[in-house]
Design a protein around this ligand. Sequence first.
Ligand code: NAP
Ligand code: MG
Length: 326
Amino acid sequence: MTKIYRDQNADLKFLKDKRCLILGYGSQGRAFALNLRDSSIEVEICLKTDSLSANEARAEGLKVITSEEIDDRYDIILFMIPDHIQGEFYEQYIKNKLKDNACLVFAHGYSIHFKLIKPPPNADIVLAAPHGPGNDLRQKFIQGDGISCYVGVEQNHSGDALDTALAIAKAVGSTRVGAFETTFEHETLGDLFGEQVLLCGGLAELVTKSYETLVQKGIPEENAYLETAHQIDLLASLLKNYGIHGMTERISMTAQYGMLKTEDKIIDEAAEKRLNQIFEKIKAGRFANEWQNEYRLGLKNLKEYKDKLKIHPIEIVAEKIKKIIE
Ligand code: NAP
Ligand code: MG
């Protein structure tokens, strides 16, 4: 059984008198910075010279430095910049400035697991990865609550690596709920697979394909939207709160029988094979290679994909309906 740590298992003393630098002030960077600060941990933020977020961070009273100003004073460096740039950022600004016994903290295991960052042996490498977006991490913290997270250790040079990860998890409010111990490998593979096949990729595909089918069959666009994307949050929250069986208890019997009828038809053998292939591709590092290559070549395919999503008819109907309902 996975080990779960709570407030009483974590001690902020492992962050005491440590110089903490947070790279980035985006979704997670901002939440980590403000939650750590409110837990009385002194943090500095590193941003590009022309960053638009710098003033926002300064307005919160945070000290902001540029990448060029990073020196070898930092005990703890939190990587809250996008995964695909972490490797080159490390090479350019961190590698030669790394203090002996420093701790590198990650909110996702990607860069370490796929060896985009190859840290020296005299550093701690830890994971403190919240199970949700930065905005929720911050909002829940303010309410005296938290969102759960993973903690993990890839390298334990100091002997205190797990305690440091737990202290960070406590400072951001996650041990109020629970910090689940895992490995960089399991976090990385699970996170990538979950977002690709279900939470982001799969969901987007199923929504657009269902919508397109309904419209092609002559169902009005508004109905097609209302019967698909519009109700996802309601069903997702039933599923999350009560389980799949519990969800069936709260939908019509017609919908229950409809579920039985599609069983094995949407996710048929061929789809199961594709799930397997997607996992194997992630595991073998082929997805990470492709993604890093896409970044090197200027993100052209990603931009085209997002442009296509932006002009999909479902977006227009969604806007129209939101204006009517909200
Ligand atoms: P993000 O919102 O995209 O944050 C980007 C931040 O990094 C911005 O402040 C940006 O600067 C800065 N940045 C971008 N390129 C930079 C560069 N070359 N040099 C210096 N700073 C740079 O990132 P994120 O989504 O929070 O992700 C951070 C980490 O958290 C990732 O490892 C991710 O996998 C993990 N994570 C994210 C979520 C989530 O829901 N977002 C959930 C769990 C874990 P500007 O402000 O100037 O644009
Ligand atoms: Mg992810």
